[in-house]
Design a protein around this ligand. Structure first.
Ligand SMILES: *Cc1c(COP(=O)(O)O)cnc(C)c1O
Length: 380
């Protein structure tokens, strides 16, 4: 039994149980379980929340990325710049689209895409940059906008971890040509299963996305192009509609928890051993994850210690994407992205979800203190 789990989706269910069960009943009674009015309503509500023209629901965040690339006609012969340090799907979607992922390194203090390295990787074949808002903090967009303008590139936001985050007062999801969201259960707005969405202000891309998610079909049983089956379930949409009005409160709770972690780390004098990734002043961090860097080689032993004491942690991500065996064909080597490689050795995500309590946070940090006392005594 976990004393402090990394994440517990049951708590949000209990908090909204009545409304969620009513929404499920409504869908079951309606007899329409795929796309339909429930999904259309959710799309409209997200578009209104973000202040964008169009939102197109689909089956997952991974599919959202693939659909976005295809809506921009990105495919064989094209290069798309992606961070080397992100979740696998960011780069996999580029490969699935038939294009070539070109990795760029990230900033050591935020783990977000380094715009200076992006600039170095642009070639005549570059069509787009996927800006990942890692762990819930928006990437530094302004230099990317400048590069996009100068070289005629598209910016796709991978906002899977950043629903509710902001950059210079603008919401994540409104910072590029197209933006992709995931509603995987651990994300800021989490379904009880898989779900995703692409948002944009462009009506033509929106129309194409809506077609691509149903086998490129328009009108019925006429297929102008090949698409996928990537539809959003009405049940997930109905549940997400219950949660959407709460999402700002969820994000505020995550931010408060992050602040308390910082305070506890300071109180316990652990800030050098466990250095939180930096929060940039340009926006509103949505803290999908609270990630610390453990720079003295203790990460894996600390993780084991915490696990033995019933505390869940996770390494996002242990192997940078340029070193993944399935991307071997692209010819990258160890040493190509030193910051990404170093972060993969140092990062540790602590328990983080809106319902996490202060006593639980204390247990986590006190257990870290206990670990370091013991480790330093052994070393002495
Ligand atoms: C979760 C995630 C995805 C993929 O979303 P799924 O809904 O799981 O397919 C893509 N990119 C990032 C950065 C993510 O965190």
């Amino acid at each position: 039994m976990m004393q402090v789990p990394l994440f517990d989706m049951r708590l949000q269910y209990r908090g909204l149980q009545k409304a969620i069960e009513e929404a499920i009943q409504r869908v079951l009674q309606s007899g329409q379980v795929i796309l339909g009015p429930e999904v259309a309503a959710f799309e409209n509500e997200v578009a209104r929340y973000l202040g964008v023209g169009y939102a197109v629901g689909c089956a997952s965040g991974t599919d959202a990325l693939l659909l976005a690339l295809k809506a921009l006609d990105i495919g064989p012969g094209d290069e798309v710049i992606v961070p080397a340090f992100t979740f696998f799907a960011t780069a996999a979607s580029v490969v699935r689209a038939g294009a070539t992922p070109v990795f760029a390194d990230v900033e050591a203090d935020t783990a977000n895409l380094d715009p200076r390295d992006v600039a170095e990787r642009i070639t005549s074949r570059t069509r787009a940059v996927i800006a990942v808002h890692l762990f819930g903090q928006c990437a530094e967009m302004e230099p990317l906008w400048k590069l996009a303008e100068r070289y005629g590139l598209y910016i796709i936001e991978d906002a899977a971890q950043a629903f509710g985050a902001e950059y210079q007062g603008k919401k994540a999801g409104t910072l590029g040509h197209l933006a992709c969201f995931s509603f995987y259960p651990t994300k800021n707005l989490g379904a009880f299963g898989d779900a995703g969405m692409v948002v944009t202000n462009d009506p033509h891309w929106a129309q194409r996305l809506a077609r691509l998610r149903v086998h490129g079909m328009e009108p019925k049983y006429y297929h102008a192009e090949l698409g996928w089956n990537s539809r959003l379930d009405a049940l997930q949409a109905a549940i997400l509609r219950v949660k959407l009005p709460w999402v700002d409160r969820f994000v505020d709770a995550r931010r408060a928890i992050a602040k308390r972690y910082q305070e506890l780390l300071a109180q316990e004098n652990l800030q050098t051993e466990m250095r939180p990734l930096v929060q940039r002043p340009y926006g509103k961090h949505s803290f999908n994850q609270f990630v610390v860097r453990i720079t003295n080689g203790h990460r894996d032993a600390l993780m084991r210690h915490l696990s033995q004491h019933g505390i869940g942690t996770e390494i996002y991500y242990p192997l940078p994407l340029h070193l993944q065996p399935c991307f071997r064909e692209f010819g990258y080597r160890r040493g190509d992205f030193p910051v990404s490689e170093q972060l993969s050795q140092e990062v540790l995500a602590l328990p983080m979800y809106p319902e996490l309590t202060y006593p639980q946070q204390k247990i986590v940090i006190q257990s870290c203190t206990a670990y370091y006392r013991q480790a330093l005594r052994l070393a002495a």
